[in-house]
Design a protein. Sequence first.
Length: 350
Amino acid sequence: MTLRNKPRDAEVYGVDIGKTVFHVVGLDAAGKPIQKASFRRDTLLKFFEAAKPALVDMEACAGSQWLARKILALGHKVRIVPAQFVKPYVKSNKSDIIDAAAIAEAVTRPTMRFVEVKSVAQADLQALHRIRDQMMTARTRLINQMRAFCLECGVAMHQGAGKFKADFPRIIADEGNDISAAMRRLLLDLFEDLKRLELRIGQVTKEIEAIAAVDDRARRLMTVPGIGALAATAIVATAGDGQQFKKARDMAAWLGLVPRQFSTGGKTTLLGISKRGNQYVRGLLVHGSRSCLLHLDRSRDRLGAWLDALQRRMHNNKVVVALAAKIARIVWVILTRPGALYERHQPIPA
């Protein structure tokens, strides 16, 4: 390591992450830049290994979780900032060094919000969910394409994966329709692709369910109405132990389940939900809430009277989102209190 790239007595480091080159800006206790340097991937960790313990900040992006875990292991304190919160601190023109300086400045703000550093197990579990979600999208795309090919031949099929799979063998075996021989061969090949894809989806789903069966937090989350193995493990993978949220509402806001606000002049204006945060987890909670609205035994569950009161004064879609927000708050309580479970009945006062 050259002399100019040796660490100085910085209190805060901002790191702009790249594929092969990383730019670092160090700030002193007063927030003044005292070091600007660039490193390749193999020398960056050597730099932080030689540096005294400091606050290291980086943007949330691909590779930030891995780098955060490595730097944490070297004795530093690490913060990951969402990219949209760094942008206001970029002054004038843009360069990698300017970005690193903006990152270092952003982390010093007392009201700044950060991304949790995930463990390796969390990252692996989240990867499983992303792979499954991608394959589900590919399955829908494949079915829609096959339905469109059949429609071009004058054969209309029912919507929905289940009905499609039930109807397809009968339609492809019917020699009296207008599907040509070439199209019939193509559709049979695509159907084989669909079966292989569904087999892979089933394997990943079973792997996720196996993790949910042995993870204590996931098992406790599954006691909540509307939360199954998929939602429970997705929450564990993204939110961890929930300690990054000060209160239950913060978790609901993090998932985008609270109203957007546009208030001025003392007049409060609330709009639709913000839809911020993790779209995948929010979708799972909303779908689970919709299932609860249809199938929950309201006479035996503490949420029953609350749901009945909501349905009397608002549309079912609003009730579903309100229930998803409440479930998110319940989830925070279970994550932050070891051993906590969802109780279907109101607790009896002592």
